[in-house]
Write a protein that binds this ligand. Structure first.
Ligand code: SF4
Ligand code: SF4
Ligand code: SF4
Length: 463
């Protein structure tokens, strides 16, 4: 279907009934029940009145009563429980940042990769012992939770970084081998995934293909953008290397996704990026478009965020190309199929360990010198103790970062999908009560509305 202008100021009615509008008229939307219906204006008025006060039924015309009855039969007025994230820190996943060193110098890097976070912090790598104790912890939890009957099937080790993790390749090998040994010992399968810039040697690629379950590659979609925005330290372009990596992953039949950071200079070519990726890397699991966020090294470069309306329009055009070519396209804020109260695991015990052994809930806050670490750091590896120590008060405070507590989102129909967006971006230096959204809200709402419209338009023959 063609892109339609959303009315982002959607009306709301208690308990959880929203009215959205597009060029074809009103849409009634009950997010907690995933219920969607086109309605005319009188039907909308009757539905809102009844949802607000069921006693109004007594004063309705026959037609209005019929509308309320039909919607009621479909569950539109049913009371449904709000989603709640799990409280209690018993992780079965860890994200390890082996190093903050990096072989690239991306112009918009949020972490000043290879340059110590931009605050003169040293380039460092994680001690193997830190990684081993983190794996012990999650593997033990997984074993206990499986024995307790929790629906846990494995433990998950994600390799990520505030640098390029494979710059510490020898450490990664030790981590994987250790994880595999622990898995065997405890009888709990281990799953490994990695996020990388894709500038890998043949040996590293062989290792990834043999040992990792999935990989995410940061790639800017077209050779000229990749070479300009994501150069190798020293200045040469990186496209040739990353292209080679992705072709090898395709040949190996490996699950991998591509994350493309979109700047204002790139935005008009998003559909072309989808076509390029589909043609050259068939079988990729998903292509993730995210507008650049102006932080880190980006602030010192000439990269700027694309206008939200332009990003939205190009994304919708890209969706058409993606559908034709069989590519799954995602943007983090538009996920109508999810009903959640938190945007990410930052509120529910995300266990991420930095190269210095600090424990952070947020991937983008990984240095003690970052003022946001006060909020997101909740533990550290204690070398004397030989184990992790956690700050329960910090975990409790992080648990409060959820959409139940964000008044700004109360009237937003994306409330249980976007769930208040990325805390690192929207709460930079402010308290939760001061959350006032961001330019990303326009994109999230427009693309979520599009997902709703697509469901309305879906016919069995659509496949
Ligand atoms: S590869 Fe990642 S860590 Fe390295 S400079 Fe680029 S964005 Fe930063
Ligand atoms: S708060 Fe934002 S940056 Fe931090 S982990 Fe969540 S999504 Fe990522
Ligand atoms: S952050 Fe914005 S788009 Fe997301 S739920 Fe809140 S108001 Fe809606």
């Amino acid at each position: 279907m063609s892109a339609q202008e959303p009315d982002a100021t959607a009306q709301t009615a208690p308990p959880e009934l929203f009215v959205l509008r597009d060029q074809e008229g009103p849409i009634l939307y009950a997010p907690l029940g995933n219920l969607i219906a086109r309605a005319n204006e009188p039907a909308v008025a009757a539905a809102l009145a009844y949802a607000h006060d069921p006693s109004t039924l007594d004063f309705m015309s026959e037609d209005e009563r019929a509308v309320v009855e039909t919607l009621g039969e479909r569950g539109f007025f049913k009371h449904r429980a709000y989603p709640r994230h799990v409280v209690g820190f018993r992780p079965v996943q860890v994200t390890l940042f082996p190093t903050n060193n990096c072989n690239l110098r991306c112009s918009y890097c949020y972490a000043f990769g290879g340059e110590g976070g931009g605050n003169g912090e040293p380039l460092t790598r994680m001690d193997l012992e830190v990684a081993q104790r983190a794996i012990d912890l999650i593997a033990r939890n997984a074993r206990q939770r499986m024995d307790d009957g929790d629906p846990v099937r494995n433990f998950l080790v994600s390799i990520h970084g505030n640098g390029e993790p494979f710059c510490a390749y020898d450490l990664i090998r030790e981590i994987v081998w250790y994880g595999q040994d622990v898995a065997e010992e405890l009888g709990v399968p281990a799953v490994f995934n990695a996020a990388t810039n894709g500038v890998l040697s043949e040996e590293q690629l062989d290792f990834v293909i043999a040992n990792f379950h999935s990989v995410n590659i940061s790639f800017d979609g077209l050779p000229e953008f990749q070479d300009a925005n994501r150069p190798i330290a020293g200045g040469r372009g990186s496209f040739r290397r990353v292209d080679h990596t992705m072709r090898r992953l395709c040949e190996a039949g490996m699950d991998f996704g591509i994350r493309t950071t979109v700047t204002a200079a790139m935005v008009d070519r998003m559909p072309e990026i989808v076509a390029f990726v589909a043609e050259n890397y068939p079988g990729i699991e998903q292509l993730h478009f995210e507008p650049v966020w102006e932080c880190g090294r980006c602030v010192t470069s000439d990269n700027v965020m694309p206008r939200s309306d332009v990003f939205t329009q190009r994304y919708l055009e890209s969706l058409e190309v993606a559908r034709e070519r069989g590519v799954r396209l995602v943007f983090s804020g538009a996920r109508q199929d999810m009903v959640v109260d938190t945007f990410c695991k930052v509120s529910s015990g995300s266990f991420t360990v930095t190269p210095t052994g600090d424990v952070t809930a947020c991937y983008e806050v990984s240095y003690r010198s970052d003022p946001r670490s006060e909020r997101f750091f909740f533990g550290r590896f204690d070398h004397e103790l030989g184990d992790f120590v956690f700050d329960q008060a910090k975990l409790d405070a992080l648990s409060e970062l959820n959409v139940h507590n964000i008044r700004y989102c109360d009237d937003c129909f994306c409330r249980w999908h976007c769930a208040g967006d990325c805390a690192a971006k929207v709460l930079d230096g402010i308290a939760l009560e001061e959350h006032h959204g961001s330019v990303r809200c326009d994109i999230s709402r427009a693309l979520t509305l599009n997902q709703i419209q697509r469901k309305l338009d879906w016919r069995p023959t659509d496949g």
